[in-house]
Design a protein around this ligand. Sequence first.
Ligand code: 5GP
Length: 114
Amino acid sequence: MTSIFSRIIAREIPADIVFESDRIIAFRDIAPQAPVHLLVVPKTESYANVVELAAGDPALMAEMVHTAHALAAEHANGDFRLIFNTGEEAGQTVFHVHAHVLAGGLAEGSLGRG
Ligand code: 5GP
């Protein structure tokens, strides 16, 4: 089954793409939860979530973290929050592993300082 993110990678549906390499793509989330809200997505859809990715290709996961940092530096001051929703009850809706990169003035919350 082709994921919605694979359709973005294939340019079948539009997205505001901010970064692309041979293994990774990043684009703005369609429903932003922070001033900067990007999705960093491996092009392969072999991994449904971060647990599978970490076991199957840790170097690709490290590449995602590097990309998240570079994009947070480009779009904000370099500080960022990295979120991998894992499983339906944690709010995961797209089962093609992706990292949410939140930056640019984050609301305080249970995971922040508030
Ligand atoms: P999840 O809930 O699986 O952690 O994250 C999926 C994210 O993908 C959501 O934040 C949602 O807003 C975003 N999303 C879903 N469909 C699209 C789309 O077609 N384009 C873009 N840019 N983001 C999408």
